[in-house]
Write a protein that binds this ligand. Structure first.
Ligand code: HEM
Length: 205
C-alpha cells in the first residue's frame, strides 16, 4: 500500500509555478521602478526600458494566472466552516504551549486568508498597474494615487509571500512535496489536514 496521496494535479502545479515565476520576475523588474536605491537591478534586464517591458509582460501573466488559480480553487479557499472558526479563535495553536490539533480540510484558515489576500492584491495591482501604464489616458490624480497604492500593495505582497514560502518549506517539513511532486505523505496529511485526509481516503486519521 502506498504511503502517498495525491494533493495537486500536474496542471495545478504548473499554474502555481507560473504564478510564482511571474511574481518574482515582477519583483526583480519592479525594484528599480520602486526606488532609485534599487536602480542597479535594471542591469538584470539590460536597462530600465527593458525592465519596464518585462514588468508589463510579467504583469499580464501574473494577473491572469493568479486570478485563474484563485477561481479554480475558490471552493476550497473561500469558505470557512466551524472547525476553521475554532482554528482562527485559537490562532492556529501557534501561540499555545500545548500541542493542539484541529480538524482541518484541504487548507487551513491561514492558507485560505493568504489565497484571498493574493487574489485581492492581484486585482488591485492589476487595476492600478493599468492606470500607471497609460498615464495620458487617465486623470493625473488617479495615476498618482495608483502609484502610491501599487507600491504599498507590492510591499505587503512580498511580506506575505515570504511568510508563505517559509511555512511551505522550513516551517512545515513535507509541504513542499505537494507542489514539487503532486503527492504528499499520508502521515503529513493526517497531521496537517485530517478532514481532507478522511475525504480523500475514507479512512479515519
Ligand atoms: C518559492 C516560492 C514558493 C513556494 C516554495 C511555494 C510553495 C507552496 C506549496 C508547497 C503550496 C501547497 C501547500 C499545501 O499543500 O498545503 C503552495 C500553495 C499556494 N501558493 Fe505557493 N509557493 C511559492 C510562491 C508562491 C507565490 C509567489 C504565490 C502568489 C503570489 C503563491 C500562492 C499560493 C497559493 C494561493 C497557494 C494555495 C493556498 C496556500 O497553500 O496557502 N505561492 N505554495
Amino acid at each position: 500500500m502506498s504511503n502517498y496521496i495525491e494533493r495537486f494535479s500536474t496542471s495545478e502545479r504548473v499554474l502555481h509555478w507560473i504564478v510564482t515565476c511571474s511574481f518574482f520576475t515582477l519583483l526583480l523588474s519592479g525594484l528599480g521602478l520602486f526606488s532609485r536605491l534599487f536602480n542597479g537591478y535594471f542591469a538584470l534586464f539590460g536597462d530600465g526600458r527593458n525592465a519596464i517591458l518585462v514588468h508589463k509582460i510579467a504583469g499580464i501573466v501574473f494577473f491572469l494566472s493568479s486570478l485563474y488559480m484563485f477561481l479554480s480553487h475558490k471552493k476550497d479557499v473561500a469558505t470557512f466552516d466551524d472547525d476553521d472558526k475554532l482554528w482562527i479563535s485559537s490562532k492556529g495553536g501557534y501561540l499555545s504551549r500545548d500541542e493542539t490539533h484541529f480538524n482541518i480540510g484541504k487548507y487551513n484558515p491561514g492558507q485560505k486568508l493568504f489565497a484571498i489576500f493574493i487574489a485581492v492584491t492581484t486585482l488591485v495591482l492589476g487595476i492600478t498597474g493599468l492606470f500607471i501604464w497609460l498615464p495620458t489616458v487617465f486623470p493625473r490624480w488617479i495615476v498618482q494615487l495608483s502609484l502610491m497604492i501599487h507600491g504599498l500593495m507590492f510591499v505587503g505582497a512580498i511580506m506575505f509571500v515570504v511568510v508563505h514560502v517559509y511555512l511551505a518549506t522550513i516551517g512545515n517539513p513535507g509541504t513542499i512535496e505537494a507542489m514539487l511532486y503532486g503527492d504528499v505523505r499520508k502521515r503529513w496529511a493526517r497531521k496537517h489536514h485530517p478532514k481532507w485526509y478522511k475525504e480523500v481516503t475514507g479512512e479515519n486519521p
